[in-house]
Design a protein around this ligand. Structure first.
Ligand code: PEP
Length: 254
């Protein structure tokens, strides 16, 4: 059975006190209840402390928002996958459009980062998504297929189990414009079909494919009800505890 997942991407938000305050709200609210799988992705510098805090709750894991494409060495300012593994981080978000566009990350860079993460026993949230321009030209399926082919399809069946795929249309990220449930379901099914044709039906049914892009309490339930949508990657709405809990509740009651 596919896992239901809600992941929070805090991006470059929250100073230390605010990050700890929000983390404690999450800890206190989710401590005693049966939650879906939750992944929290704070800025790097809070990871150690939050790994420790959330180690007391089985269903909450920590993710880094990126890692270096190099193993180690003279790369000032970079953080390696090995370092993340050494502080017991579980996941790394890779291929986010903000990194593809703002830091010129290519599909091959992302592939290399995925391989380094898997070598270090880190799991990956792999993001893919098209611009509005490509969607309007009808090229969105081709783009997603290329992103997946060039970064993921070299993986073995076993390694694919360590990947969560996040479909995040760029035009919906942080814009308040969400993909409709039909647009999202159509793309999630397309992605699952790529996995199916490469790895077979059973594997495709085990991969969690989550949606990201202005997901909020008012639209999360109808998105999560779709057959191929296994949860969400939540940006802005994950910075507000009440909104984040409401999104979690909307998947819990499905
Ligand atoms: C994201 O950047 O991963 C994201 C989904 O952001 P938002 O929810 O703010 O659109």
């Amino acid at each position: 059975m596919r896992r239901k997942i809600i992941a929070a991407n805090w991006k470059m938000n929250l100073n230390y006190n605010d990050a700890i305050y929000l983390s404690r709200q999450i800890f206190n609210n989710l401590n005693s209840i049966d939650t879906p799988n939750i992944i929290i992705s704070p800025p790097y510098i809070y990871l150690s402390e939050l790994v420790e805090l959330f180690s007391k709750i089985d269903n909450i894991k920590l993710a880094a928002q990126n890692c270096s494409k190099s193993k180690k060495g003279a790369f000032t300012g970079e953080i390696s996958s090995q370092m993340l593994a050494s502080i017991n981080v579980d996941y790394v978000i890779l291929g986010h459009s903000e990194r593809r566009l703002g830091f010129n990350e290519t599909n091959i860079d992302i592939k290399n980062k995925i391989d380094l993460c898997l070598e270090n026993k880190l799991k990956v949230i792999f993001c893919c998504g098209e611009s509005l321009e490509l969607r309007e030209k009808g090229l969105h399926f081709k783009l997603i297929e290329t992103q997946i082919k060039e970064s993921l399809l070299h993986l073995s069946k076993n390694n694919l189990q360590n990947i969560i795929i996040a479909y995040e249309p760029i035009w919906a990220i942080g814009t308040g414009m969400t993909a409709t449930k039909d647009q999202a379901q159509e793309m999630h099914k397309f992605i699952r079909d790529i996995i199916k044709s490469e790895y077979g039906q059973d594997t495709s049914e085990q991969v969690s494919i989550i949606y990201g892009g202005s997901c909020k309490p008012s639209n999360s339930r109808e998105l999560f009800l779709q057959k191929d949508i296994d949860g969400g990657l939540i940006g802005g709405a994950s910075l507000n505890a009440d909104d984040f809990f409401d999104i979690i509740k909307s998947i819990k009651c499905i």
